[in-house]
Design a protein around this ligand. Sequence first.
Ligand code: PEP
Length: 251
Amino acid sequence: MRRKLAAGNWKMNGGNAELDGLRTLSQIHSGAAIDILICPPFTLIAAAAECAGSIAIGGQNCHSDASGAHTGDISAQMLADVGASAVILGHSERRADHSETSEDVRAKAHAAHAAGLITIICVGESLDQREAQNTLDIIGGQLSTSVPDTATGENTVIAYEPCWAIGTGLTPTTDQIGDVHDFIRTRLEKRLGTGAGRSIRLLYGGSVKAANAAEIFAVSNVDGALVGGASLKSDDFSPIISALEAAANVS
Ligand code: PEP
């Protein structure tokens, strides 16, 4: 049985004042039978890890080298050192803004696993690619190159995030989400074997909010969500977490 995961990506948002919301969230969901992860900006990781209780803290990126002459970059070991237990890799904003390739993502994933971090590897198609009916080809290619052969259910989570759904208020239909998640599951099982392939958690991400969370969490092979905008305020994220807890109770 895969344990559900509600993950929040704060992106380049938040300062010390926002840690109050994290404290509130950790009090409300202290006994949750699901995993909760918040990925704040790097500047807040150490303080967030101090006050997050049972909520795990993660980074939003790391370098593929353990250390060295890479001004402004952060290594996976540094994330672990300040209290992170996970890192988001290959988010579409990093693929677009920083020209990150799937090869880069795989190299970062190796570094993150070596540092003991769980990697949340993001894949997703653009609107043009979906309209050209290339979604599964794109996802298949990103998966095969971004995910290392050493991926297991313990060290890897995959987030399916259609680029056109991120921050737009648009979401795929539940059938479209189910088709992609089933495809990812089949691909992982074929490549990694049924042990690892079945135990890797698959998150959906893209305009998840309280109003659509329950129907998305009812889709097969959806083990949780990666949430951007609606993770910034505890009032918005808390009902999403509750919807995932309810889904965990029925599955
Ligand atoms: C994201 O950026 O990972 C994301 C899913 O954003 P949003 O929930 O705001 O669409």
